[in-house]
Structures are given as C-alpha cells and as structure tokens.
Design a protein around this ligand. Sequence first.
Ligand SMILES: [Zn+2]
Ligand SMILES: [Zn+2]
Length: 116
Amino acid sequence: MTDTTGINTAASPSGTGCAECDEADGWWLHLRRCAECGHIGCCDSSPGQHATAHFRETGHRFMQSFEPGEDWYWDYETQAVVDGPELAPPSSRPEGQTAPGPQGRVPADWKDLLHR
Ligand SMILES: [Zn+2]
Ligand SMILES: [Zn+2]
C-alpha cells in the first residue's frame, strides 16, 4: 500500500492547460495534474516538461494524468505508478481539447520537437 500523504483531494486543477505553457504561449503533448496543489503541467515528452519541473521546485511528489479516460498516478520519488484517491473534479482536460494542444499553438513539426 502506497503512502500517499500529501495528496489533497480538495485541490481543484489550476486550469485546462499547462500553467507555464499557457503563460509563455507554449504547447504540450499530454497534461499532468499535481495531486497536492492542483497545478497542471505538461508531460516529459512535451518541450517544456513542466510537470516534472513543478515536482523539482515544490517537492510535490504525486501526479495524476489529466488526460480523458486516464486515472493513473505517478510517484516522482520512487519513479513508479501508484494507486491514489479520486481528486476534485474535473478529472481531465476538456474532451474537445486537442493533444498535442492547445489548438493554434502547436507547430507543424511538433513530432520532431518531442522529448524521447
Ligand atoms: Zn508546459
Ligand atoms: Zn503541486
């Protein structure tokens, strides 16, 4: 059983897109939600890798996917998938929002710009 101390099921998502990318007019592939404060960041394949950056800055170790239909958790400390509770809604970005997204900010050569 994973110790999920720190997860705050009452924290709402910070928005529908990566907080840092939205500020910098960037784009992302997939979205990740901090399970402690609700910060929305982008995945490690995205140019900005802002979800991992958020963990490095804050020490908030648990993240949940913010993609529709996905509810898996990741523990940055142990680098493992873990089980966690249901978080405050919404549990994902809007279904109509694209991945990569957001529409209009994704460059034509986005596939070449992903981290592997
Ligand atoms: Zn980002
Ligand atoms: Zn956080």
